[in-house]
Design a protein around this ligand. Structure first.
Ligand code: PMP
Length: 338
């Protein structure tokens, strides 16, 4: 018989898939690390497992306890799967900008979800960080994972994502491109890859409305960089402990519109139904295409599955309301055309 002991053993070892049509203007080979093959359909399963294993090893959470996390959805999904197998309860705080699908999914896997306002500062008592922190002090035998500052996050990628990419590319990778939120993925994977070959370039994808790019370039935390944006999962209004700026060579900002449109192209032209930030990552790579040569091997690490966004970027009405898609011509428009 061939089987896994439980679903958590299926985390990792995701495929690399070559892109064709959407990168026809890029001279390099572009490979996607398709993390949707994880059981929670996102890369975050890796670090959720690791944060929990490390907390268990330290005795920070005991059987029957409650896992608390502030999450845009994917980390919560990974934690909920692990909690179901290991017998923990889960409470997730999230923000009101996250897609309804993500919130419904967290509830489907047994999580209690508290939706907090998006546009308040991180230290506001109503923010999703503050609510998670407070709950962890009030609920006995609870553990707040805090993916932003918990370094088990980036260690998970140092131990798994990095070695997988190095092995799969036979050490030929020249560039890694990935969206940055907590910074765990880019910092852990990037550190591993740079240890194997210091010439590998690590490019982080940021959003307009986030502090990363400016902070990386100037060392200045500029509050003027912070304003509301629509892209989910990347960009921050804080500097998380997990971001290791030393391993990141550059940040590139991508607009909400360009990320959304590229995600749609990936689905329709490459058969890859992926999340919003995957579109941002590929759109960001296209913005940097002049820096690449035919010998380069680029790995774009994508975070999550497109099913989480069917009511958003894959919904034409939602796209049109935000000015991301032209309105379709209707019969009246045609009749009015001269
Ligand atoms: N994309 C999505 C959809 C995410 O959920 C996240 C996690 N916030 C990221 C990108 C960024 O990953 P990381 O937190 O490892 O920087």
């Amino acid at each position: 018989m061939e089987y896994y002991e439980n679903i958590l053993h299926t985390i990792g070892n995701t495929p690399l898939v070559k892109l064709h049509k959407v990168v026809k203007d890029i001279p390099a080979t572009v490979l996607m690390k398709v993390e949707t093959f994880n059981p929670g359909h996102s890369i975050k399963d890796r670090m959720a497992m690791k944060m929990l294993q490390d907390a268990e090893a330290r005795g920070d959470i005991k059987p029957g306890g409650t896992i608390i996390e502030c999450t845009s959805g994917n980390t919560g999904m990974g934690l909920a799967l692990a909690a179901a197998v290991k017998g923990y309860k889960c409470i997730f705080t999230t923000t009101d900008k996250q897609s309804k699908e993500k919130i419904d999914l967290l509830r489907a896997v047994g999580g209690e979800v508290i939706v907090c306002p998006t546009n308040v500062e991180a230290d506001d008592p109503r923010s999703y960080y503050s609510v998670a922190r407070r709950l962890s002090t009030e609920i006995p035998n609870s553990y707040w994972c805090n993916q932003y500052d918990n370094l088990s996050n980036r260690t998970a990628h140092y131990e798994s994502t990095g070695p997988e990419i190095w092995k799969q590319t036979d050490g030929k990778i020249t560039h890694m491109v990935v969206g940055v939120g907590t910074g765990g993925t880019i910092s852990g994977t990037g550190r591993y890859l740079k240890e194997q070959n210091p010439d590998v370039k690590i490019w982080g994808i940021d959003t307009y409305g986030s502090v990363f790019k400016k902070y990386h370039e100037t060392g200045e935390f500029d509050e003027k960089e912070i304003y509301p944006y629509i892209t989910e999962g990347i960009g921050e209004d804080i500097i998380p402990e997990n971001v290791d700026f030393k391993v990141i060579d550059r940040f590139e900002k991508v607009t909400d519109k360009d990320g959304a449109l590229m995600a749609r192209r990936l689905a329709r032209e490459e058969g890859l139904l992926l999340g919003y930030s995957a579109g941002s990552a590929v759109a960001g790579l296209l913005q940097l295409k002049d820096e690449l040569t035919p010998e380069d091997v680029v790995v774009v690490v994508i975070h999550d599955h497109g099913s989480r966004y069917v009511g958003k970027i894959y919904n034409d009405e939602w796209m049109r309301e935000r000015g991301f898609l032209e309105r379709e011509l209707c019969v009246r428009d045609l009749l009015n055309m001269k």
